[in-house]
Design a protein around this ligand. Structure first.
Ligand SMILES: C[S@@+](CC[C@H](N)C(=O)[O-])C[C@H]1O[C@@H](n2cnc3c(N)ncnc32)[C@H](O)[C@@H]1O
Length: 414
């Protein structure tokens, strides 16, 4: 079998990350433990800030062979930098006026360096997958051909289930080639016995097809499909890009549409199963997974991505832990917060520009248990400055994140 080689190709044993439990988040108090928390009470969903090579290595003892579905949307080898938009209510047609912050970089000295990055991570994902699991690797023309050879080697050529083409459209500066408007998802299964829920992803037949079958019983060479049940989608999918989906936009670059992830999750996982995204960016996969009743592991190496995911996961309604690699610090702000506490109501007084704030009403000085949260509205408007606590406050701790992504922490002993 042909294999891909390059001078630095190797699979060293990765060093596991030293993970620190930063916070437990109970979206709007959902699942918040009213008594003292015990290890059994830990949420089943986890968000990690760290290099996924080390994070995945740290997860092996607990999760090897136990993840039912992995979606991976790594940098594509575009050699670009992707800033994040952090402003609100800006005119989309005037990019020069957008308020930007660092997003993530997709910069490589050469293709060898990129393959050195991708290969060991794909190998770890293979180890983490359950025997019935599948990996969806999302790339485009820059590196998909190389990745396919790597996956053939790691999974076996016969384990390629689909090569899915995601089609979209939008403006492009290209004038001397056809507009590049599709991505590739390479789907590999761990074994021949894999989950595929055809009925969960059926879609209506094209009205012309229905008309043809209804008018001529000989259409389709005598085989009449179950028109009412709908069809299993082809391996080319059209979903609009997030730039066109105003309700989904977080400002995080290269965010993927929820509908794309929904189809993947419905087809290749079941409710209650464990799914993972170790390049989670704005958190699209964990959010859709939470909505569909799947448990999730999600990771990103940038604080902006993890913070964006954390805020977005409030919509998922499921409690989750936030853990970070000890070597990566959350940026701290020198600003302070003034607040008042009246019974169960916390009121912030003239805070700096905030993106998010949360309250632990019974701070134990070790693990922050976020019982209530407020976020800056996604389109326009101001962040709420008042939060109602679910229980009587004891030792109140507030954590806030400024629009620039820096954290402020304040305590109040009641
Ligand atoms: C294409 S984006 C993912 C977008 C995501 N699917 C979404 O819908 O928002 C790729 C992400 O991989 C992250 N990344 C790059 N290197 C990483 C690493 N070593 N460990 C974890 N995440 C990494 C980047 O920070 C970036 O957020």
């Amino acid at each position: 079998m042909p294999t891909l080689t390059w001078p630095t190709k190797s699979l060293p044993d990765p060093l596991p990350a030293d993970l620190i439990l930063e916070a437990l988040t109970y979206p709007q108090g959902h699942g918040y433990p009213q008594g003292a928390s015990s290890p059994e009470a830990l949420p089943e969903n986890h968000l990690y800030l760290g290099d996924n090579l080390k994070v995945m290595a740290a997860l092996l003892p607990q999760y090897e062979g136990r993840i039912d579905l992995i979606y991976a949307d790594p940098p594509f080898f575009t050699n670009k930098r992707y800033p994040a938009r952090i402003g609100r209510g800006e005119d989309s047609r005037r990019p020069q006026e957008w308020q930007l912050a660092e997003g993530y970089a997709d910069h490589w000295p050469d293709i060898d360096a990129y393959l050195d990055f991708l290969y060991p991570r794909l190998a770890l994902m293979h180890r983490l997958l359950a025997p019935t699991g599948a990996l969806y690797l999302h790339l485009d023309w820059h590196a998909d051909a190389y990745a396919r050879l790597l996956l053939d080697e790691i999974f076996g050529r016969e384990r390629l289930l689909n090569e899915i083409v995601w089609l979209y459209h939008g403006p492009s500066p290209i004038r001397r080639a056809f507009n590049r408007k599709h991505d590739i998802l390479l789907v590999y299964t761990k074994s021949g016995d894999y989950t595929f829920n055809a009925d969960a992803v059926r879609e209506p037949y094209n009205p012309n097809t229905v008309k043809t079958f209804n008018s001529s019983p000989k259409a389709g060479f005598g085989k009449i499909p179950n028109l009412a049940r709908g069809k299993v989608p082809e391996d080319w999918w059209y979903f609009p890009v997030v730039a066109r989906l105003h309700n989904e936009r977080t400002g995080y670059p290269t965010q993927k549409p929820e509908s794309l992830l929904e189809r993947i999750l419905l087809a290749s996982s079941n409710p209650g199963e464990l799914v993972a995204d170790f390049f989670c960016g704005s958190g699209t996969l964990p959010l859709v997974a939470a909505r569909l009743g799947r448990r999730f592991l999600a990771c990103d190496v940038t604080w902006r991505a993890v913070h964006t995911s954390r805020v977005r996961l409030l919509e998922g309604g499921q409690p989750f832990t936030l853990q970070r690699e000890a070597a990566i610090q959350i940026p701290l702000s020198p600003a302070t917060l003034d607040f008042q506490l009246a019974n169960r109501t916390i009121l912030l007084d003239k805070p700096p520009a905030l993106d998010y704030w949360e309250v632990d009403p019974a701070w134990d000085g070790i693990t922050f248990k976020s019982a209530m949260q407020a976020r800056r509205p996604v389109r326009s408007g101001d962040i709420p400055l008042k939060l109602e606590l679910p229980g009587a406050p004891k030792n109140v701790c507030i954590r806030a994140i400024t629009v620039d992504g820096e954290q402020i922490q304040m305590g109040l002993n009641v």
